[in-house]
Write a protein that binds this ligand. Structure first.
Ligand code: ATP
Ligand code: MN
Length: 484
């Protein structure tokens, strides 16, 4: 039989046939009668064991078969004598593609810290943990496209280079071809972006939403799924400078429809991962259990990874208003004992400690918070007609909060009334002229519509049970981190 990835071989190759496997050596073990090599080719978390009889391979060959070396092995697939694997390959021929000097190769068959692995991000996909994460990441990305395709959404590619910071979502990375040392200046002595590549100031996008809305008001239901950039200097475990965002936007959807979609979407893609990544999730579940054992009893989480994922897909998310949430928080134990780092009262932007209290301590379920104060949300969110139940004006916003993470989704129904939208822009100091094209959607054939943004890495973080967002993207970009 010709070469098969190990994942396929383990599923389909019949015992007794000749197979060729190719991959990297994970471990080599010598007993009196035989030599056992565990090979992995990245197609699955499972290794294939290849076995040579003692004396079959020359000393010279054996010396080159070390952890990290790349081999092609041909031989008969047989039932395994030992425990731990059903089948193994009886070596008839070995070819060494590339060696890995054991004195220099940084990955050795022992547990490396995640911090150390971040320093060798170019090699960490060869570890069990990272290959599992990357395969799950792939499955989730595929599930995202599948979900939207199955539900009548069109994939809209919004620009990565933009001229607007209308969102005000944070600090942006400038895109320019001007000379950094001696840029052309205007008469007032400012940098003259009229002479720049695009003839104006441009940045990397912080969100595809505004263009997404243009798409929704033409195609009905669209989604974006692309790289997003934020130059916020936050060295947290939940923020990257470059991340992937999924932003569906739907004509004729109101806040309630938006929440229903968000909940169904997240559950569906998690279910997909559970169905298609069973081995990798079992591995990570186990890894997490080991890690939990090293923690103090009271810091250990009650649910394992698989239990947590099952729990999320089989329970309804709790829905409540921001105003109701503030009530809960103000009357909570940590607030009364002064244990929150940031104080809570109506009108403040919730910190992740507050979000996590609601999700992890109070409700013990994912939560969707709605109807936030107008002042802490973006200008384009639809203003509530009636805010009499709350101390101030609110907008039709919704944030989905997850255990261990806090905000995973932020969204809203959009203001579709031109006058209200323009008035709000003026209040917050955005010149309506700068996004005249966005306002045209409200001038011509305006319609109720809604959408949200899901940070893809936050989803991967949740599904893999990892603790740091830098460990769920192959090559993280964060402050002072852009080597690989
Ligand atoms: P946060 O308050 O957590 O910083 P945000 O409110 O600034 O997030 P939004 O502008 O609402 O974020 O973006 C939508 C989604 O994008 C968030 O819910 C989150 O999942 C994700 N996201 C935002 N900023 C980042 C980041 N720096 N790195 C990774 N994901 C992010
Ligand atoms: Mn948000």
């Amino acid at each position: 039989m010709s070469y098969l990835p190990i994942q396929q071989l383990l599923k389909t190759a019949p015992v007794g046939t000749e197979v060729t496997v190719k991959g990297w050596v994970r471990t080599k073990r010598e007993s009196k009668n035989a030599i056992f090599i565990a090979l992995n080719d990245g197609s699955t978390i499972n290794n294939i064991q290849v076995v040579a009889e003692a004396g079959q391979l020359t000393e010279e060959t054996l010396k080159l078969i070390t952890t990290g070396a790349c081999l092609a092995v041909t031989g008969e697939l047989v039932e395994s004598q030992g425990a731990g694997q059903a089948v193994e390959v009886k070596i008839s021929n070995v070819h060494i593609y590339g060696t890995a000097d054991p004195d220099k190769y940084p990955l050795q068959p022992k547990r490396h810290s995640l911090e150390f692995l971040r320093e060798i991000a170019h090699l960490r996909p060869r570890t069990n943990t990272f290959s599992a994460i990357l395969r799950i990441r792939h499955a989730l990305a595929f599930a995202v496209h599948k979900y939207f395709n199955d539900n009548g959404f069109y994939y809209l590619n919004t620009p990565i280079i933009t001229a607007s910071d209308a969102e005000g979502a944070g600090e942006m990375f400038r895109v320019t071809t001007l000379d950094a040392i001696k840029p052309p200046l205007t008469e007032e002595g400012k940098v003259d972006y009229a002479q720049d590549f695009f003839g104006r100031e441009t940045n990397l996008t912080v969100s595809g939403q505004l263009e997404g809305e243009l798409g929704a008001l033409a195609l009905g239901k669209i989604y974006t799924f692309g790289p997003t950039f934020r130059a916020e200097n936050s060295n947290t475990t939940r923020h990257l400078a470059e991340f992937w965002m999924i932003e569906p936007e739907m004509a004729f959807f109101e806040l309630e429809d938006n929440m229903n979609l968000a909940e169904d979407f997240v559950k569906t893609v998690i279910r997909y991962a559970l169905q298609h990544c069973a081995d990798d999730l079992a591995f990570l579940d186990n890894r997490l259990k080991e890690e939990e054992k090293t923690k103090k009893k009271e810091e250990q989480s009650e649910l394992g990874l698989l239990e947590k994922l099952q729990f999320v897909i089989s329970n309804e998310f709790v829905r409540l208003t921001y105003t109701e949430a503030i009530d809960i928080l103000v009357n909570s134990k940590p607030a009364k004992k002064g244990q929150f780092q940031y104080e809570v009262s109506w009108g403040v932007d919730l910190q992740s400690e507050h979000e996590r209290y609601l999700v992890e301590k109070h409700f013990r379920k994912p939560v969707i918070l709605t109807n936030y104060p107008r002042e802490i949300k973006a200008f384009y969110m639809k203003q509530d007609e009636d805010s009499s139940a709350s101390p101030g004006p609110t907008v039709r916003a919704m944030d989905v909060l997850f255990p261990g993470i806090g905000e995973i989704i932020g969204g809203s129904q959009r203001e579709d009334n031109l006058d209200k939208l323009v008035a709000r822009m003026q209040e917050v100091g955005i010149d309506p002229e700068t996004i005249w094209w966005y306002l045209d959607t409200r001038r011509f054939g305006s319609a109720p519509h809604a959408g949200f943004g899901l940070g893809f890495e936050r989803l991967v973080l949740f599904v893999t049970g990892m603790g740091n967002i830098r460990d769920v993207i192959p090559f993280p970009r964060a402050p002072k981190t852009a080597e690989f």
